[in-house]
Design a protein around this ligand. Structure first.
Ligand code: ADE
Length: 276
């Protein structure tokens, strides 16, 4: 276990619209192999204000990989091998609340996982582990992201539940209403099992869920229109790049291990070794 006290290495997983981080110095794309298969793309190594950074476009450059086919295990494993301590996950999402209008950045603090066809653990037969997902988001990263968004005047909301759906189709009206009745605030297709795997890999993880649309529950938006989403998405992508530039220097140095325990999650996991 590597404690996240001391020098962090910040990983950014870019979602729809975020395929590169221009602001990085000494940029180089480099392949990182994983025993879990191929990550979505090469990793972009660089630095920002002296902080080491690694960027990975979740869907690959050119948006080639749909949400259910992203190799989440390979992505998280590759970032871990690259030395990443903290992951900022940037993703497009739909909104279930009138007040969370398109353009709002939601720093979610909970997830409901409704994905059904994805590999969700690094553990399995031979080595079983059960980690806690009670508090899936790193509070230190969440604090820093909220403050950075506020300083940039990006509309930001702290907290909320992200419903992770399988996709690639958007929700039916009945599903959209159901998730609202569950008190979910936003919906997307990619943050699970990403958040679970980051926790298993003992990495701090926080999501910036960038609202592109109201999903279909909203009376004035009775279908999710891709053209509208893309327009908002491009503006969100610009804001996301500014957010990363602003937040990373704030994460430069810290004296303590993660207050949420992300960096030693396995210490408290129930693990059954084969010959225990
Ligand atoms: N990503 C962006 N908008 C979405 C929506 N309405 N549902 C699921 N994923 C989304």
């Amino acid at each position: 276990m590597v404690s996240s006290a001391g020098k962090p290495v910040i990983g950014v997983i870019g979602g729809s619209g975020v395929y590169e981080l221009d602001a990085l110095a000494d940029k180089r794309w480099q392949r990182v192999d994983s025993p879990f298969g191929a990550p979505s793309d090469e990793l972009l190594f660089g630095s920002l204000d002296g902080v080491e950074m690694v960027f990975l476009p979740r869907h690959g450059r050119g948006h080639r990989i749909p949400p259910a086919e992203v190799n989440y295990r390979a992505n998280i494993d590759a970032l871990k091998r690259a030395g990443v301590t903290d992951i900022i996950s940037v993703s497009a999402c739909g909104s279930f609340e009138e007040e969370l209008a398109p353009g709002t950045f939601v720093i979610v603090d909970q997830f409901i996982d409704r994905t059904i066809d994805r590999k969700k653990s690094f553990f399995g037969t031979g080595l079983v582990a059960h980690i806690s997902m009670a508090h899936p988001v790193c509070p230190r990263l969440g604090d820093a992201l909220e403050a950075a968004a506020q300083s940039l005047d990006i509309p930001v909301h702290r907290g909320g539940t992200y419903l992770a759906m399988e996709g690639p189709q958007f929700s039916s009206l009945a599903e959209s209403r159901l998730y609202r009745s569950w008190d979910c605030q936003v919906i997307g297709m990619t943050n699970m099992p990403e958040a679970k795997l980051a926790r298993e890999a003992e990495m701090c993880y926080a999501t910036v869920a960038m609202v592109t649309d109201y999903d279909c529950w909203h009376p004035d938006h009775d279908a999710v229109e891709v053209a509208t989403i893309i327009e908002v998405l491009m503006k969100n992508a610009d804001n996301a790049r500014s957010l990363v530039k602003t937040v990373v220097p704030e994460l430069k140095q810290r004296d303590a291990a993660c207050p949420g325990g992300c960096d030693h999650a396995l210490d408290n996991a129930l693990i059954t070794a084969p010959d225990a």
